[in-house]
Write a protein that binds this ligand. Structure first.
Ligand code: ATP
Length: 388
């Protein structure tokens, strides 16, 4: 098993910087996802760890051993690609055993390893088939099996589920989580699907234009985003943002006022926050934290544009009185309709504040949320849900 350290990694394609000063410390046995919008550098970072990309500066350390200049074959890494990359003319058994034969592993050991991987992945009865005689999910399992037989220190998976239909993705997601639990090895997983990243991972690296925007547990990213990018990227529908004027108050509070707010909102910041600045800030609030209230109790008002009723919840899209678009989520099938005027309350404990540089000022979290975050942080080889 192996932890992975990445130190000040820089990578350019021609003159274009794609990764700029990436530092990461991935612990032995962790499941870590690289998450971010298309083109942010996720695959390039994964390929740099595998040795498939030559980096311009920095170091890759695997299990305390610097591997920066070693070729991929010497890194003890197995990579699973999005397109599976199976050999079409070989049986499943051959696909699984081929690499081992090339490396001169004795036949009896090959047989043992293949049968073991097939058993783990429940493909023992498919070993004689060719890839074209398999479903997408079965092919995906063979691709993962090829990694398992190598018994690597580190698994690198590049969007392995993206060719599967929605139902199969969920099934394979659960299988991957179980596989990680069972093998206990370090896995790094590239995805642009935040549900996959949030449900599978011990920790998630959010990348923004080749830089690490935040590296934390799924719940840390959700409840304590460190900047506007992460706040806007994690969570669906997105967090709402409005411009406000902030004023520091005693006892670690910040008071925000703004054109679109009827009342000042006093937000309690974390005990250890040293610098409570004044001036223009951004207030963020998630759609499911906004309450619909009577006009006199409201912080802001708007007009409903569209209601999407999804059964368990309704997503209400509206325009605030200042013209800005906002989204709220109500539980169940709410009676609100298009063109209706609505009145919104922003509970202070759910408000996030960002300074003019886009950095979050850490807010105080209630005891229950704090304990959920701590519990997830404490769990190691668990799925992102953090409960073993
Ligand atoms: P996606 O989610 O779309 O797969 P990604 O986050 O994995 O995106 P990368 O594939 O790492 O992004 O690409 C990062 C940037 O580097 C992109 O702008 C891409 O166009 C560029 N890039 C990737 N490979 C090459 C290459 N071989 N030559 C030149 N530019 C490249």
């Amino acid at each position: 098993m192996a932890g992975v350290k990445i130190k000040q990694l820089h990578k350019k394609f021609g003159d274009v910087p794609v990764l700029s000063g990436v530092d990461l410390d991935i612990r032995d046995g962790e499941f870590v996802s690289f998450l971010g919008p298309s083109g942010c550098g996720k695959t390039t970072l994964l390929r740099s760890i595998a040795g498939l990309e030559k980096i311009n500066a920095g170091a890759v350390v695997l299990d305390e051993r610097e591997v920066t200049n070693l070729p991929p074959a010497k890194r003890d890494i197995a990579m699973v690609f999005q397109n599976y990359a199976l050999y079409p003319h070989m049986s499943v058994y051959k696909n699984l055993s081929f690499g081992l034969s090339l490396n001169g592993v004795p036949r009896r050991e090959i047989e043992e390893r293949v049968q073991n991987a097939a058993h783990i992945l429940q493909i023992s009865d498919l070993l004689k088939r060719r890839p074209k005689q398999l479903s997408g999910g079965q092919r995906q399992r063979v691709a993962i099996g090829r990694a398992i037989v190598r018994d690597p220190e580190l698994f690198l998976l590049d969007e392995p589920l993206s060719n599967l239909d929605a139902g199969l993705r969920v099934t394979m997601r659960v299988e991957l989580a179980n596989l990680h639990k069972r093998l206990g090895v370090t896995m790094i997983y590239v995805t642009h699907d935040q549900v996959e990243a949030m449900t599978l991972s011990n920790r998630v690296v959010v990348l923004d234009k080749g830089k690490v925007a935040q590296f934390g547990t799924p719940l840390e990213l959700f409840y304590a985003p460190e900047n506007l990018f992460v706040a806007g990227f994690i969570g669906s529908p997105k967090m709402n943002f409005i411009k406000v004027e902030a004023k520091a108050l005693p006892e670690k509070k910040i008071r925000v006022v703004g054109n679109s707010l009827d009342h000042a909102i006093d937000i309690t910041m974390r005990e250890d926050v040293a610098d409570l600045s004044d001036g223009e800030h951004t207030l963020g609030i998630r759609p499911d934290n906004i309450e619909l209230v009577d006009e006199r109790d409201a912080d802001a008002h708007g007009q409903v544009i569209l209601v999407e009723r999804l059964g368990t919840e309704s997503q209400v899209h509206l325009a605030l009185d200042n013209g800005q678009n906002f989204t709220i989520i109500t539980r169940g099938t709410h009676p609100v309709v298009a063109n209706e005027r609505v009145h919104l309350k922003f509970p202070a404990q759910h408000c996030h504040i960002f300074n003019p540089d886009g950095d979050a000022i850490p807010r105080a979290l209630d005891a229950e949320t704090r304990s959920l975050i701590d519990r997830q942080k404490g769990s190691r080889n668990a799925t992102g849900r953090g409960e073993e």
